[in-house]
Design a protein around this ligand. Sequence first.
Ligand SMILES: Cc1ncc(COP(=O)(O)O)c(C=O)c1O
Length: 359
Amino acid sequence: MPFSPDDIAAIQTPAVVIDLDIANENILRFQQYASSHSLRVRPHIKTHKLPALAELQIAAGAIGITCQKISEAEAMAAGSSAIKDILITYNIVGSEKLQHLKALARRVKLTVVADSATVVDGLAAAFRTEAEPLTVMVECDTGANRCGVPTAEAATALALRIHSTPGLVFGGLMTYPPIGATAAVEAFMTEGKRRIEALGIEVPVITSGGTPSMMHAADASVTTEYRPGTYVYNDRSLVARGDCGWENCALSVLATVVSVPTENRAVIDAGSKLLTSDLLGLTGYGHVLGRDDIVIDQLSEEHGRLVSTGPIGLSVGDVVQIVPNHACVVTNMVDTVFVVGNGLRSVEAWPVAARGKIV
Ligand SMILES: Cc1ncc(COP(=O)(O)O)c(C=O)c1O
């Protein structure tokens, strides 16, 4: 951990800290896997929301980035000239958003997804008069039961609609599968590709995503692109699944002990406003590094309660380092993250450019 005691003393808690050396290792590990399987990487920036980190991902070999919302994509594009190719994996609905989409499409290579004729028709109405058509992929539901057309037949019908609509270009098939659904992705996408190609329409890209299954991404051999997000930082949920160790977690929260009311209980200055209430099926709201005996069992907005089976062994003023359950939601809670590593001489405060971008 390249955070020195001086660095830690200079950071006001509670704070989100990022170890760029670990983040870089995480980026390179997946990039190497993907490159060795001829898979292109398009990281989802929802985890870090930092143009500078997207630059590291692109420098490592990523072909572009994935964003969930237009405002997020706008912030990322504005933050780095290296970000030239963006996929927004979201149905864009509403005239105001479509105006923003048009403006963004004039600045970067932009692709969006759709899973209904209504969304496709809205995109078409906005782009009919544009000089360049908009690339639209069909979102497919391979078992996550969120968005996405439910069958390869439905994907084919929507692909045909996009292909035949002025102002739009069919870009391929996109899915965000549940964990471990590589076989379902292979089956759905192979069938969808076969049906669409039978109509004489090319399927240039098939993109899937998700960190927990990423080291099996190539088992769905029909996939051409992969969108990992959390892999850049990792978090407690991934350690709990056995996907990585604590030493692979690049993001942590520094918190100060503000009260030790009893021998086995302490209270820190990080509550739900920073650690968030995401449990992701786990017990407790994060892992105190080096203290397997401690559970963060209760949060209020600004207080986190730490309990131990034995003596808590903490004093008021002590600083603890916590790996949160879910890294992506934590980075949305702060204006600034504190970074070290990657040749930086001392800790730097980086604004989280794409936080709070929910529109
Ligand atoms: C559409 C989409 N693609 C990719 C990802 C990245 O998933 P993960 O953070 O598990 O890598 C997400 C995460 O929510 C997503 O919604």
